[in-house]
Design a protein around this ligand. Structure first.
Ligand code: C2E
Ligand code: MG
Ligand code: MG
Length: 660
């Protein structure tokens, strides 16, 4: 009940008060207008006080000796003191930068004080009126008219004061003469009041124009700022755009005597997020990336730029290699943390960084950017998630990779020089070959055999991996149909081939085309694939399993190994990375990992394979730890298919001849 009554009265009265405040220009809704009003008043009000003082003392002289001293000098002194204090205050205000809140307080105070002062001055003058002769009366009349009209003119920037002053002065002024019955003065008062009201209309119009002008100026400035922002900063992240970054870098090179560090950062796996989750989520991730970068690089003087879709540059003035490396490490760690897209979706991406420092590696913007870019390229090629500092030989490495990309494309177009080798995977107990892993090989016309370690990453970066993957898959499936022992074939699939929703249909088409049973195909993926857009990757893998294709987790234990991956997806096989197998004999920690993974496989009903078994001791150890299958040079090296064997032998012979 009470609440409803309160709501009925309090809320409307609040609304009315707020509306009144804004009508009287005293609300904080337009803070810049308040400051502008204050500035305009600080130029006008001191003149008003001088006018009032002069006017008041003229009146004192007119009534000196006629009226009692307390009415003339004493009150005049009191009012003058007040005027002088305010006069000084406003003069001071001209010299300082005031805030909107302070302006609002001053304007409010001025409006109230104007009303008090005008009532005081008019009452004082009217109190003197009975003591005067005709000239004295005229002086009172002139005093009040000047005070009233003067106040109105000088108070035009503040509507509240001008209106308040008129509303209070006119009735007192007119009321006095009406009550005291001075017909000639009543007529004069009426005349002055009409002039005052007309003047008020003019003052209001001028005030409106002032408000209009200030608002237009604010809008124009905001628009200019917006245009500046759009032209110089990236709209999505608010970071400096390419041009601004270059300008700031050039300025920094001048300011810091050419001493600075430049970081070139590229996100790993962002493209997949953007392609599979959509641009909306891609943008969300980029915003979070920018936010995290700002948090890491929060020292004054540091400039962060977005120079491409997922490319960023960071300028560290007056820093060297060590500081830049520390920042790069922090950025890589921070950006590798999970990004939340919504309540039940998250992604993980990474970052690689290239570093160049001035003046060591260059003295101008262009050279430094090129060096940092080359270092970034090398970091990406080194396996991503790392940083590299520029070294002169990087230039040749990059050129080499570009050449490899072009030549690999040619090899794929002509299907020339590319082979699939097979390495046996053997059952520990029976010695039977259960699977053969398909491993791609490339015989380069000039350089001979190039290891997949060298060209797979080039294929992944250039997008050639899809074509290369299909080539290996179809060759492997075709060759497997010719194996008399019915062993499975295991085909490696890169992270870049997953999460796009195309792998399962490619595999199905190949199986149909070659006539290989899905049960004889195994797809090997590494843990890294589970880091990017996990859900889409898992969907691809589930589709494969639904077709009857087995899915193996390759190189387990390296990189981002996490047992959570084993919960996220039911793999058919875990392949323990050869780095653990190699040291399983001489290092207890490696032996422990082999043991734990083998035991886990046993419990979950997943086959475990020890990779890279080269010696009898290693074989004994992994067998003892409980691994089901083994792969390694001890049993077999990767070999060409029966069909390719003579061609490979001929290629090897020609390479040997050339070498001799
Ligand atoms: P991976 O899938 O772990 O393949 C096993 C690698 O270990 C092969 O190297 C194989 O030759 C090597 N290996 C096998 N037994 C031993 C051993 O006893 N000792 C030593 N030191 N090494 C052994 P490779 O053929 O050079 O392949 C390297 C990596 O390249 C593969 O690792 C795989 O990740 C990738 N790769 C190979 N072929 C393909 C392919 O067709 N597609 C994709 N996406 N990746 C491939
Ligand atoms: Mg493999
Ligand atoms: Mg492996």
């Amino acid at each position: 009940m009470i609440k409803s009554i309160l709501a009925r009265f309090v809320i409307p009265s609040k609304l009315i008060l707020n509306r009144l405040k804004s009508r009287l220009d005293l609300s904080l809704e337009n803070p810049e207008l308040l400051v502008a009003q204050c500035a305009a008043l600080s130029r006008m009000i001191p003149i008003l006080y001088l006018l009032l003082l002069a006017d008041a003392w003229m009146l004192v002289f007119a009534f000196a000796g006629r009226a009692p001293a307390y009415l003339t000098t004493h009150i005049a002194l009191l009012l003058s003191a007040l005027c002088i204090v305010r006069f000084v205050m406003w003069l001071r205000m001209q010299r300082v930068q005031i805030t909107a809140e302070r302006a609002r307080r001053e304007l409010k105070r001025t409006a109230v004080l104007t009303i008090i002062l005008s009532i005081s001055f008019i009452s004082w003058a009217l109190a003197l009126f009975p003591y005067g002769d005709a000239a004295g009366h005229a002086s009172v009349f002139v005093f009040i008219t000047i005070a009233m009209i003067g106040s109105m003119i000088f108070l035009w920037p503040l509507r509240a004061a001008a209106i308040g002053e008129t509303i209070c002065s006119v009735p007192i002024f007119m009321g006095y003469f009406v009550v005291n019955g001075h017909p000639s003065f009543i007529a004069l008062t009426l005349n002055v009041s009409v002039v005052a009201l007309a003047l008020l209309v003019v003052v209001m119009a001028q005030n409106r124009q002032f408000v209009h002008l200030v608002t237009a100026q604010i809008k124009a400035r905001d628009r200019e700022a917006r245009i500046h922002q759009l032209a110089h900063y990236d709209t999505l992240t608010g970071l400096a755009n390419r041009n601004t970054f270059r300008e700031k870098m050039a300025a920094s090179l001048d300011d810091s005597d050419g001493h600075l560090a430049l970081l070139f950062l590229d996100l790993d796996g962002f493209k997949i997020v953007n392609d599979t989750k959509g641009h909306h989520f891609g943008d969300l991730v980029l915003k979070q990336v920018a936010h995290r970068m700002r948090q890491v690089c929060n020292e004054p003087g540091i400039v962060i730029g977005r120079v491409g879709g997922d490319e960023f540059t960071i300028l560290l003035p007056k820093r060297g290699v060590d500081e830049a490396s520390a920042v790069a490490l922090r950025l890589i760690d921070t950006l590798a943390e999970t990004y939340r897209l919504d309540d039940d979706r998250w992604v993980r991406i990474g970052a690689s960084v290239g570093i160049a420092v001035a003046p060591l590696q260059g003295k101008d913007v262009e050279t430094l950017l090129t060096c940092a870019d080359l270092a970034l390229y090398t970091a990406k090629a080194a396996g991503k998630g790392v940083f590299k500092v520029f070294e002169p030989q990087m230039e040749t490495c990059v050129q080499e990779r570009i050449r490899i990309e072009a030549e690999l494309r040619d090899a794929l177009d002509a299907e020339d020089g590319l082979f699939v080798f097979y390495q046996d995977i053997v059952d520990v107990r029976t010695g039977e070959i259960t699977t053969r892993e398909a491993l791609v090989r490339w015989h380069h016309p000039k350089r001979g055999w190039i290891s997949p370690g060298e060209f797979i990453s080039v294929a992944e970066e250039s997008g050639l991996i899809d074509r290369l993957g299909l080539f290996v898959l179809s060759r492997a499936c075709r060759h497997a149909t010719e194996w008399r022992d019915g062993a499975r074939v295991a085909v490696n699939v890169s992270a870049a081939q997953l999460g796009k929703g195309t792998l399962a249909s490619d595999v199905l088409a190949t199986l149909v085309d070659t006539g290989l049973s899905p049960r004889r195909l195994e797809i090997e993926v590494t843990e890294t694939v589970l880091l990017n857009n996990e859900q889409d990757t898992l969907d691809d893998l589930r589709q494969l399993q639904a077709m009857g294709v087995r899915v193996a987790l390759d190189d387990f234990g390296t990189g981002y190994s996490s047992l959570s991956h084993l919960r996220a997806f039911t793999f058919d096989k875990i392949k323990i990375d050869r780095s653990f197998v190699r040291h399983a004999v001489d290092r207890p920690d490696c032996a422990a990992i082999v043991r734990v993974v083998a035991a886990l496989g046993e419990r979950l009903g997943i086959a475990t394979v020890a990779e890279g078994v080269e010696t009898q001791a290693q074989l004994d150890r992994v067998r003892r730890e409980g691994c089901h299958e083994i792969q390694g040079y001890l049993f077999s090296r990767p070999m060409p298919s029966e069909h390719d064997a003579p061609i490979v032998a001929a290629l090897n012979a020609s390479t040997r001849r050339r070498a001799a």
